[in-house]
Design a protein around this ligand. Structure first.
Ligand code: SAM
Length: 279
């Protein structure tokens, strides 16, 4: 199967044909540069036989690059016009029937994915990138790795280590599932329309074993929300509501978990939060 990628002029023509004016509300910044979509597919180590889920395929530029690599794709798109057109675009570009399944839905509401894809590749809608990622990692245990394009600030947060300035709620929650690394930067000029923010590529690899049980995950996420909700406070204060109702009771729990009660949330790794949840 030889799949041809979309060119910049063709992308605009497709949008005009569909009467699609890219909206900020849906984070619609389409990639109009073939090298960028090839780079994402390369970094994602996508090859023949892989089954990939793409969130927000839009007009299909990244989708065709994934299919060109020999993978099959399930693509989840919220914009009905784009979802309806994608199979036609794929067929016109040499994609064989059966390689692409389009799910016309809000990615945040999707609870099953045909074929249990193991790889996630996406140029994510920036307004919902973190909730969508966390929802997918939580809902689809078969997703083991991926590469996503996100707003630079979000990518830095996802990959941040404890103690760094950018370390926050998304960093700890993402780390619950596995390892996240910054994999490259992307010029604003590769998008149409050109966005007002910088973008980066982030790679993730899920841990071989789950870090804990589902109740433990919920406990950890509640602790993380509380600890970073009052970021400047010591843990014995920020977590007092969850750990016994007073700073003294919280200090006791924290000590039993081997965590300094005067530390702040930004100093704790996900394993530290898990020890607290277990106590
Ligand atoms: N992948 C395409 C590309 O690289 O050119 C489009 C990427 S664009 C940044 C984001 C896409 O996500 C848009 O097509 C938009 O309609 C879609 N989208 C936005 N919110 C969504 C959601 N909640 N669920 C599924 N798709 C969504």
């Amino acid at each position: 199967m030889t799949v041809q990628l979309l060119g910049a002029a063709e992308i605009r023509a497709l949008a005009a044909d569909l009467d699609v004016v890219p909206t900020k509300k849906l984070g619609q910044n389409f990639v109009v540069d073939a090298n960028t979509v090839r780079k994402i597919v390369h970094l994602g180590r996508v090859g023949a036989g892989d089954h990939v889920v793409e969130i927000g395929p839009g007009l299909g530029s990244l989708t065709l690059a994934i299919l060109q690599a020999g993978a099959s794709v399930v693509a989840v798109e919220i914009d009905h016009r784009l979802a309806a057109r994608l199979p036609q675009t794929a067929a016109a570009h040499g994609v064989s029937a059966g390689s692409l399944t389009v799910v016309d839905a809000d990615a945040l509401a999707v609870t099953t994915l045909p074929g249990d894809p193991a790889v996630l590749i996406a140029n994510l809608p920036y307004n919902v990138s973190v909730p969508v990622l966390l929802h997918f990692l939580e809902s689809f245990a078969h997703l083991t790795r991926g590469v996503v394009m996100v707003q630079a600030e979000v990518g830095e947060r996802l990959a941040a280590a404890p103690g760094s300035k950018t370390y926050g709620v998304p960093s700890v929650k993402a780390a619950w599932y596995g390892r996240w690394t910054l994999a490259g930067t992307v010029s604003r000029q590769v998008f149409w329309p050109v966005p007002g923010v910088d973008s980066v590529l982030v790679a993730f690899q899920r841990d071989a074993e789950p870090r804990g049980t589902e109740p433990e995950r919920r406990g950890v996420f509640a602790l993380v929300d509380a600890a970073f909700g009052q970021r400047r406070k010591m843990l014995r204060q920020s977590l007092s509501g969850l750990l016994g109702g007073s700073a003294a009771a919280a200090s006791e729990v924290l000590r039993r978990a081997g965590v300094d009660p005067t530390a702040r949330g930004e100093q704790l790794a996900v394993e530290d939060f898990l020890r607290i949840a277990r106590v």
